[in-house]
Design a protein. Structure first.
Length: 319
């Protein structure tokens, strides 16, 4: 397990929740811009309007009687995802991986009926999974087919890549790998593995499961480190473009690698978690301060990414 006194954490450059909120989220993120990232429908529409690749949207269900329209919406799609537009932490996301006669097969193998999916949609639009419990919309969208690269270090679900962006420059990243405990979801709080990614090279480094360090995936036993993520410059550029798009200075960008479509932006987060530090075994503070001390940020995204990689190239794990 990972334990340390506050003074030790500070000496290692670890940013805590209070510091993240006061020094970065509140300082660099204007409150009026939060709906652009808190509402996944707004995020998707904004990204599409600006040429940023996202999973295709099949339909939106916002009122009760529309839940009956789901079979028509997905009639030509074997697989799809149901998710709350204003959900958080992966709650309420249901992944349908295929059909089982007149029913549906979830990614974890469970068979569900039309009625079960309609009930789930009802819970979404009632606000069961939304921020603040307010009425919500349900998105029906394309189910990502994960890149074969991750087959040996993922259980059932689709891994995603979280990039922390500060002042429109990537500063840290990790891959979130689904496990049996997480139910096939790429969510650390539900039990997924976080694998650190070296910003400069795009190669995975260390792993964390909860607060415990891990070297191998718990189901497959395959080493987590040493995986070269394809399209790495594109992923970093996408992250920087998303920050420019929504105008937030401190942002989490979640990207998936589709085996056919390449990198797709999944969602954005104005208050990204801090587990990326455990996954990389590197505190965020030094990287953030290096970017904060820059007198000028390059306007060209390619130059910005190259500078970010250069600034991160000599950061080393803290044991």
């Amino acid at each position: 397990m990972i334990f340390a006194r506050p003074s030790q954490l500070r000496a290692l450059g670890i940013v805590g929740m209070n510091e993240r909120n006061s020094a970065y989220v509140m300082e660099y993120n204007r409150r009026r811009l939060y709906p652009l990232v808190d509402d996944k429908l707004q995020t998707k529409q904004l990204a599409q309007a600006n040429g940023i690749a996202v999973p295709e949207l099949y339909g939106v269900i916002s009122i009760q009687y529309e839940t009956r329209e789901l079979p028509k919406i997905v009639a030509t799609h074997e697989s799809f995802v149901l998710k709350p537009s204003q959900g958080a932490g992966g709650d309420g996301v249901l992944v349908v991986a295929g059909r089982a006669g007149e029913s549906y097969r979830l990614v974890n193998g469970t068979i569900v009926t039309d009625e079960a999916l309609e009930y789930h949609l009802s819970r979404i639009i009632s606000g069961m999974f939304s921020l603040g419990g307010l009425p919500d919309k349900a998105l029906v969208e394309y189910m990502v087919k994960f890149d074969p690269l991750f087959e040996s270090v993922s259980y059932q679900g689709v891994p995603d890549i979280r990039v922390i962006v500060f002042r429109s420059m990537p500063v840290a990243a990790m891959v979130r790998l689904p496990t049996r405990r997480s139910g096939g979801k790429a969510n650390l709080h539900q039990g997924a593995v976080g694998a650190g990614v070296d910003i400069a090279s795009g190669v995975t480094t260390h792993g964390v499961l909860g607060n415990a360090r891990v070297a191998n995936h718990p189901e497959t036993g395959v080493p987590i480190g040493g995986i070269a993520i394809p399209h790495w410059p594109t992923i970093l550029e996408l992250s920087a473009r998303c920050a420019d798009l929504v105008g937030l200075g401190y942002l989490g960008v979640d990207i998936v690698l589709d085996r056919d479509l390449g990198p797709l932006v999944l969602e954005l987060n104005a208050r990204p978690g801090l587990n990326v530090q455990l996954a990389n075994r590197i505190g965020l503070r030094e990287g953030l301060e290096r970017i904060e001390n820059l007198s000028e940020i390059p306007s060209a995204i390619e130059e910005r990414v190259a500078l970010a990689q250069s600034l991160a190239s000599d950061l080393r794990p803290a044991g």
